[in-house]
Design a protein around this ligand. Structure first.
Ligand code: SAH
Length: 212
């Protein structure tokens, strides 16, 4: 368990004010050192509620969005079993998930980002994260089913492989769209798909194919 920091607590308080209400999500935001996931030149902005560049044309997501998506994945629960993340990026969202789920599976198409994120997990002693270099459009079939799936890049349409990798009563949270993206919350309840649109969001695109 990582200890909360003063800056982390201030960020959690800001997110609570913005409408995040899940107590465990707020606790984990307060204790996860976001500066660890940010390039040196931008570390002074680590606890602002903004997305920031992390190199390779990618961004670390805005803390509000990270918290909102995590809250949707957990629902009423305080802790989940397995979660699949598409788009490891900096690894910040991964680290948040690792403290709230038993096992985290995460897929990234850019090897250099995956490598850096792996080091951060070790630095934080988070050893329940399994990483794969590959194309997230395909999900991670051999490890399915997952109780929760989160996509942290915007898909133009729902990647077909993903709903099939959800367990019964599972939850999928993802941005869908091109310039204007909607955050979707999709659940499989007693064999029926329930879809809810949460809010407008802005993510980098989910690009097909993996880079070496
Ligand atoms: N959760 C991350 C978000 C990073 S931005 C964070 O907060 O740091 C989105 C990430 O998705 C980028 O790292 C990008 O390389 C990755 N990505 C884009 N398309 C992908 C795909 N098809 N498969 C896997 N990862 C992908």
């Amino acid at each position: 368990m990582i200890k909360p920091t003063r800056k982390g607590q201030q960020l959690a308080a800001l997110l609570k004010h913005e409408g995040i209400s899940h107590p465990r999500v707020l606790e984990v935001i307060a204790s996860t050192p976001r500066e660890l996931f940010i390039p040196d030149a931008l570390k002074h902005k680590a606890y602002e509620n903004n997305a920031l560049p992390i190199g390779q044309g990618q961004t670390i997501s805005q803390p509000y969005t990270v918290a909102k998506m995590t809250e949707l994945l957990l629902g009423q629960k305080n802790h989940g079993q397995t979660v699949l993340e598409i788009g490891t990026g900096s690894g910040y969202q991964t680290a948040i998930l690792a403290q709230l789920f038993n096992k985290v599976y995460t897929v990234e198409r850019i090897k250099a980002l995956q490598f850096q994120a792996k080091r951060k997990m070790n630095q934080l002693d988070l050893h329940n994260v399994h990483m794969k270099h590959g194309d997230g459009w395909e999900g991670w079939k051999s490890k399915a089913p997952f109780d929760a799936i989160i996509v942290t890049a915007a898909a133009s349409t729902l990647p077909e492989a993903l709903p099939a990798q959800l367990s019964n009563e599972g939850t999928l949270v993802l941005p869908v769209g091109e310039k204007q993206q909607q955050l979707k919350h999709i659940r499989l309840e007693q064999g029926e798909w329930m879809e809810q649109t949460i809010e407008t969001v802005k993510f980098v695109p989910l690009i097909a194919g993996a880079l070496s």
